[in-house]
Design a protein around this ligand. Structure first.
Ligand code: MTE
Length: 300
């Protein structure tokens, strides 16, 4: 664990980190295989975050492989066959291979993480995910010392995904993280929502969640994870390099060229609800030290 944290902490970092470690300790105290069983067994409360309803989380989605409308994924994603499913882990790892979801779930311990998801389109919702730390899966594969980045790829199934007939993006959807971002304990692979298996429209059976970055970094229905020494291409950056950067950390001070990122609309808040201020790193200040010395207004 220790290598994942840097020690230069501000007051805000300490507060957040204190909360986080506290939650980790609660988790550790419960231990594996205790009370509730697999999915959603280990609860992690996050102060001040009131989850959206299951209905809101699963009916207002972005998953362009099933169409660009917010209701398209809920309408069409049932067609995706999610079992059997396997994830190829390759590139700069000691133990590459094709891992079935059963293999993966057998080795990882699933816990609950309540995170705010902030879309680059300036809306947000709070989701009680069930998942495990990406770092645990990468440790299982044995990351080699030359690895610097992690590339992710979504399934591409034209027969099951009506949206890929349209070249809105260069399919398959691909994403990437720097290795230290991927290894950060906030970064998870989600397998559930509200203790139920993750619905197809939210990225079944396995999707990334990086809560301090705009939602498009949180790639859905992952079939491949590749460790590399060079920065991998990402779908939205390829589609609009002037609008979507590789890092895409939530930042209220860097506007999208076509709209402000200073505030966000909370899904479920109702039409007249006041917009809420967007927080730097979406409120997850503990990641700030990952970007020491980087100009976050330029390296967006
Ligand atoms: N992953 C894939 N494969 N395809 C997509 O279109 N949309 C992204 C991200 N992951 C997307 C994706 C965007 S823009 C957002 S905001 C989130 O998924 C939305 O996640 P949700 O539908 O679970 O809220």
């Amino acid at each position: 664990m220790a290598h994942r944290w840097k020690n230069d902490l501000t007051h805000a970092d300490v507060t957040q980190k204190g909360l986080f470690l506290n939650r980790r300790q609660i988790i550790a105290g419960l231990g594996a295989g205790s009370i509730l069983g697999a999915i959603g067994s280990r609860a992690m409360a996050q102060e001040g975050l009131e989850p959206n309803s299951y209905e809101e989380i699963t009916s207002y989605n972005n998953y362009y492989e099933f169409g660009t409308g917010k209701e398209d994924p809920a309408r069409h994603a049932d067609a995706l066959t999610t079992s059997p499913w396997s994830v190829k882990i390759d590139g700069l790892v000691d133990r590459p291979g094709d891992f079935s979801m059963e293999d993966i779930l057998g080795k990882m311990s699933v816990e609950e993480r309540i995170y705010r998801l902030r879309c680059v389109e300036a809306w947000s919702m709070v989701v009680p995910w069930n998942g495990f730390e990406l770092a645990d899966l990468l440790d299982m594969a044995g990351v080699q010392s030359s690895a610097r980045y992690v590339a992710f790829e979504t399934a591409l199934r034209p027969e099951e995904m009506p949206g890929v007939a349209y070249k809105v993006l260069d399919w398959p959807y691909v994403e990437g993280l720097r290795l230290d971002e991927a290894m950060h304990p906030l970064t998870i692979l989600a397998t559930g929502i509200y203790g139920k298996p993750i619905p197809n429209q939210n990225g079944a059976p396995l999707r990334l969640v990086v809560p301090w970055k705009y939602g498009f970094k949180s790639i859905k229905s992952i079939v491949r994870i590749t460790l590399t020494d060079t920065q991998p291409p990402t779908s939205w950056n390829k589609a609009g390099p002037g609008e979507y950067g590789f890092y895409s950390n939530v930042n209220p001070e860097v506007d999208h060229p076509r709209w402000s990122q200073a505030t966000e609309r909370m899904i479920g808040g109702g039409f007249f609800a006041k917009r809420q201020p967007t927080l730097m790193f979406n409120g997850y200040d503990e990641v700030a030290s990952l970007y020491d010395g980087m100009d976050l207004t330029q390296n967006f």
